[in-house]
Ligand binder design. Structure first.
Ligand code: ADE
Length: 290
């Protein structure tokens, strides 16, 4: 079973949509929410992956349903949300996690490549949030968590994604203001370097770069998927009832590094040991071995 630090039954009777629920942080979050009693509505493009996660969650005693949808399509998102409301009633939460990008320096990114990433990482999230609000949450309130990224300062070789994720932070702030009147809270989580299956999507020549990322992090390690899921879970929960418009960084302090300042490794390894509550967590291939 998932080892959540949150109270059993926290989300009993609530339906929570998780986009990008077929892998990585989305899959881990879906498991945690289901372990806490939520009915999880998994959204993604690849129905085989959604099916696999749905079966994993069912095997652990939770409730999940898969919905295949291209979140870049306004019409598809409108229909998806209508279908979910018809089948499950009020939607209480949305985790806008689906995303994708490819490494490239700005000068080599075509308009098509740029727009594909912005549509997936920003526009799709906007469409999901707007439809969940208009078709359900405006009537009864809810909580939305948008997944951004550690694009603070810059995001070299990921300029399209950095621009889209920074847009997610601004979208979060505006939606928090406009939707407070409906009792809908909107926050963001910005993960840094997380040991997640997403790391295996990058080309093999990035292996050496990825493996030394922890040297640039004050806590000197990668984060775990469940450390991100815990932040999302908290923001969805009633304990965060007075938090809206915030971006919670989960990055071991990476944006606080000052170039040229010595950065000693933490002295007591145990004090900064990773939290890993996900019973199915696996080391990404890129980090395996010495
Ligand atoms: N995950 C990555 N890209 C996606 C898309 N276009 N639609 C749904 N899930 C996705």
């Amino acid at each position: 079973m998932y080892q959540s630090i949150f109270k059993p039954g926290l989300f009993e009777g609530r339906a929570i949509v998780v986009t990008g629920g077929g892998s990585g942080i989305g899959r881990c979050t879906a498991h945690e929410l289901a372990a806490l009693g939520a009915r999880v509505l998994l959204v993604g493009r690849d129905s085989a992956k959604l099916d696999a996660v749905r079966a994993e969650i069912a095997g652990a005693g939770g409730a999940a349903h898969g919905y295949s949808c291209n979140i870049r399509s306004e019409e598809a998102v409108r229909e998806l949300v209508a279908q979910m409301v018809a089948a499950h009633g009020p939607l209480h939460g949305l985790v806008n996690n689906a995303g994708g990008q490819f490494p490239a320096p700005l000068r080599e990114i075509s308009q098509k490549g740029w727009e594909a990433v912005v549509q997936t990482n920003l526009t799709g999230g906007f469409l999901l949030a707007r439809e969940c609000l208009n078709q359900s949450m405006a009537e009864h309130g809810g909580a939305i968590v948008n997944i951004a990224a550690d694009m603070f300062g810059s995001m070299p070789n990921m300029g399209h994604s950095g621009a889209a994720r920074a847009g997610m932070v601004s979208l979060t702030e505006t939606a928090a203001f406009e939707w407070a009147q409906y009792g809908v809270r909107v926050n963001a989580v910005a993960p840094g370097y997380i040991a997640s299956s997403g790391m295996d999507q990058y080309p093999p020549q990035m292996r050496d770069t990825i493996r030394v990322f922890p040297r640039t992090v004050p806590l000197h390690r990668f984060g775990t998927e469940s450390e991100v899921a815990a932040a999302i879970t908290f923001l969805l929960s009633d304990a965060a009832a007075f938090i809206t418009g915030s971006t919670l960084r989960v990055d071991g302090g990476r944006p606080n590094v000052r170039p040229g300042m010595p950065m000693p490794a933490p002295r007591q390894a145990g004090a900064t040991a990773p939290f890993n509550g996900f019973h199915l967590a696996a080391t990404p291939r890129v980090l395996e071995g010495g």
